[in-house]
Design a protein around this ligand. Structure first.
Ligand code: PLP
Length: 830
């Protein structure tokens, strides 16, 4: 049966309505039926997890009902262009509440659940998130899926279904401890496995040339290993629309479960070895943020999901009547960083070797298909793969990369005769030392569009990292400033604020975020301000309760909640925040009667398990907490909290409760940041450097509503060029000397007085992230924060204006930019 006949056979509208009604009574019946018939549980004795699963299945039915409709629509519109978002990470966060909000049935389901032993909020709280990402990059992919569906743009997110996501972080004795993330252990109700759509992925072996029946030279890849990729689909429903897209994640499976030859001679161990090794490919997410691991398994993961995705796209294109040379008419594929860059030679290989296209035709299709998003300027984060490793795993792809490079280098020599320095710089192959493939160059070469993720980042890309590429092809470079979804990060996580906003300006803003500007009218309304403060206070109480429950530390909701949550990294400068904390502490010790603004300083974030200094920074924060929190001289005016296991779910409690958002990276280092946007959308005021999207946030909210400090990216560069001497800064600033000496003295680590020596020495002798250079400016700026906080009305006004002017940072705006400038796709209305 062909799909269009299937569509005609699908359920009638009336049947859908009775099975998947959205009123409380239909929902109650659906949950009961799932419990009873599917899970074999009696509603009266069902556990929290039973109820959670039953609700999730009832919701999923309703998502797939939309999904079937939008897919039907696509089948009838073979001309519609579909976005394929290729990303090694999708940090989706909990699904239940977000799906209820997008379906518009949060209240109906809450009512339906009063008939069961566990209420809806208990179930929402019970849900564990799939941690299939490290941080900002994976979360961005998830926000983009939400916006694509909301804007009714047909899209599929392609990635890896890691069995274990980012580790769970525990804090023991003040140190980070990593625990396996067994996110599947209670069952994951949101996905459906599609084993019938599995594809084969090959590795290793050799290539051989031959002449085909038409007398053309062709290449055959005789692979050494074959792996199956099994897709698992999660429906992605837009907000209050009928479009339901897909997140399609691939799990690696052995082609044959047993090597029967070994099994029959009694070598059971050998028989399962092959299976175990194959299935390792999708076993675990690499926990490194911003510095890739050059491991063979990582390259296998990348090629595995990319090959699955491109084969899936080609197969569907051809099934619906397309031909290989029109692949790009059907698909716009975006490379989320270089992790999927091997898609370029993979599509070339399929078009050349499997579909018989000539090189020039295949190359045109490839370039028109791909766009590449760069996410970082950090040199250590620019991915390279050793030619030896790449060639051993992907021998045919290495040949294709060489041929792409040969043509690239010819082109450079034609445009810049005699400029061999430029040839060396632009080559896909880094010939210095161990020969390696520059994945960012491969991605640039194979894409019709390259973009940075904030205005400053794109400028720095153009003038520094990719300057040679811009010179050759200036029209291919774009900026698309990141955004976040206001559905999850406002409607779902901050119902108090969302309700207040809706009461003031109506309910259109979650999908038209520029409408928040209408809040400006209320910034001077005393009554509105009071309600604004009440909402913030409730959110702070909720966070205070979570802090006490998870750390035992008691904090006061009336204090200023000063928050820095993000991955722990030297460039993000959590240690600068600590230096400020210790400055406040030393002031209080010197004069315990000092009138200071009471602060609760909250940190959260994971450190890569192999990143020694980052882990030491966590220990430093907890050590400062131990010193400060119960000191009678401080008397509750300063509390320091490390909130464990920062993830999306924790973020949904923390962002709404923040007064002050710490965005203090060294200028020029943070590509964009998205945490900065989530904070400001929830009414926090930012203290930040001119880095990433901070610059654009400040432009939007107004400089008077943003606490700016620190060197600019240009000043950082000049200062370094002039020979930056952190030691001289230390010597000349007694306040700084006081806090550095306090850390170095061992007072924070009596059991191991030299514990923090590596951190201190790093700052004094190298300080690559200019922490000491920005210290005084930061402390001075924090004094301005205190001054505004003391004027509660003025603070509230600035908070309201921040929210009112943040409309630009909806991921809907980012996705519109991609659609218009990069993908050239149109919505398909369901
Ligand atoms: C938004 C988010 C990030 C990114 O935060 P930045 O402050 O932009 O680095 C990281 N992790 C999680 C869980 C997030 O939700």
């Amino acid at each position: 049966m062909v799909p269009s006949e299937l569509a005609a056979e699908s359920l009638s509208d009336a049947e859908h309505r009775t099975r998947t009604g959205l009123d409380p009574e239909s929902l109650r019946r659906a949950v009961r039926d799932h419990l009873f018939y599917f899970q074999g549980r009696h509603p009266a004795t069902a556990s929290v997890n039973d109820c959670y699963l039953a609700v999730a299945y009832a919701v999923r039915d309703r998502l797939f009902q939309h999904g079937v409709q939008s897919l039907d629509l696509l089948l009838h519109r073979p001309d519609a262009r579909i976005v394929a978002y290729l990303s090694a990470e999708f940090l989706m966060g909990p699904q239940l509440a977000a799906n209820l909000v997008n379906l518009g049935i949060l209240d109906a389901m809450r009512e339906a659940m009063t008939a069961f032993p566990h209420d809806l909020d208990r179930l929402i709280d019970h849900e564990e998130e799939p941690g299939l990402g490290n941080g900002g990059l994976g979360r961005l992919a998830a926000c983009y899926l939400d916006s694509l569906a909301t804007l009714e743009v047909p899209a599929i997110g392609y990635g890896i279904r890691y069995e274990f996501g980012i580790f769970n972080q525990q804090i023991r004795d003040g140190w980070q401890v990593e625990l396996t993330d067994k996110w599947l252990h209670l069952g994951y109700p949101w996905e459906i496995a599609r084993p019938e759509r599995a594809v084969e992925v090959r590795f290793g072996g050799t290539t051989e040339g031959y002449t085909d029946a038409d007398g053309r030279y062709r290449v055959r890849w005789n692979a050494a290993e074959i792996v199956m990729g099994v897709p698992h689909d999660t429906p992605i429903l837009g907000y209050r629309v009928k479009t339901c897209n897909l997140l399609r994640l691939w799990r690696a499976e052995a082609v044959q479960s047993f090597d029967f030859a070994s099994f029959n001679v009694g070598e059971y161990g050998r028989a399962v070895e092959q299976q175990v090794s194959t299935e390792t490919i999708s076993k675990v997410l690499y926990p490194n943020d911003a510095s890739p691991q050059g491991k063979a398994l990582r390259l296998k993961q990348q090629y595995f999901f990319v090959s699955c995705a491109i084969q899936d796209m080609l197969r569907s294109h051809i099934r619906f009547g397309g031909t290989p040379d029109t692949f790009h008419h059907r698909w716009a594929a975006q490379l989320n960083d270089t992790h999927p860059a091997v898609a370029v030679p993979e599509l070339m290989r399929l078009l050349l070797d499997e579909h018989g296209l000539e090189w020039d035709a295949a190359w045109e299709v490839t370039q028109k298909t791909f766009g590449y998003t760069n996410h970082t300027l950090l040199p250590e984060a620019l991915e390279t793969w050793s030619v030896d490793l790449f060639g051993a795993l992907l021998p045919r792809h290495l040949e294709i990369v060489y041929e792409i490079n040969r043509r690239l280098v010819d082109g450079v020599r034609r445009v810049y005769p005699g400029d061999e320095g430029r040839v060396r710089r632009m080559s896909l192959i880094d010939e210095s030392g161990r020969r390696s493939i520059r994945m960012a160059h491969l991605a640039c070469a194979g894409s019709h569009a390259v973009n940075g993720v904030a205005a400053l980042h794109t400028d720095l890309l153009k003038t520094q990292v990719l300057a040679d590429w811009v010179a050759m092809r200036p029209d291919r470079f774009h900026n698309v400033t990141n955004g976040v979804t206001p559905r999850r990060f406002m409607v779902v996580s901050n119902p108090g604020l969302s309700g207040l906003i809706t009461a003031a300006i109506g309910d259109g803003w979650p999908s038209r975020l520029e409408a928040l500007r209408e809040l400006e009218r209320f910034a001077d309304d005393p009554d509105f301000r009071a309600r604004w403060r009440d909402v913030k206070r409730e959110n702070k109480q909720r966070l205070a309760a979570a802090i006490e429950q998870r750390t035992g530390i008691v904090v006061y909701p009336d204090s200023l909640f000063d928050v820095q949550v993000k991955r722990i990294h030297e460039y993000k400068r959590q240690h600068l925040n600590v230096l400020h904390l210790l400055t406040l502490y030393r002031r209080l010790k010197a004069d315990p009667s000092l009138d200071i603004v009471p602060r609760t300083v909250v940190f959260g974030g994971k450190a890569a398990p192999g990143y020694f200094i980052a882990k030491l920074m966590i220990k430093l924060v907890t050590a400062v907490g131990a010193l400060v929190n119960d000191d009678p001289d401080v008397r509750g005016r300063l509390k320091v909290v490390f909130f464990p296991n920062f993830n999306v779910k924790v973020g949904q409690i923390i962002y709404p409760a923040a007064d002050l958002s710490e965005q203090i990276s060294t200028a020029g280092q943070e590509a964009s940041g998205t945490g900065n946007m989530k904070f400001a959308l929830n009414g926090a005021i930012t203290i930040g450097t001119l880095d990433g999207a901070n610059i654009e946030i400040r432009d939007e909210v107004g400089p008077e509503n943003f606490f700016l400090f620190g060197l600019t990216a240009d000043e950082v560069r000049l200062r370094k060029a002039a020979g930056y001497d952190p030691r001289a800064v230390y010597e000349s600033n007694p306040v700084l000397r006081g806090v550095i000496d306090l850390i170095a003295s061992g007072a924070l680590s009596p059991d191991d007085p030299s514990r923090f020596r590596p951190l201190v020495d790093g700052l004094l002798w190298h300080d690559p992230f200019m922490v000491l250079a920005d210290f005084q400016a930061y402390v001075d700026c924090q004094a301005q924060v205190d001054a505004l906080w003391r004027d509660g009305e003025a603070w509230t006004r600035a908070s309201i204006l921040n929210v009112a002017r943040m409309g630009k940072f909806s991921s809907d705006r980012s996705i519109r930019d991609y659609c218009e400038r990069i993908w050239h796709v149109e919505p398909v209305r369901a």
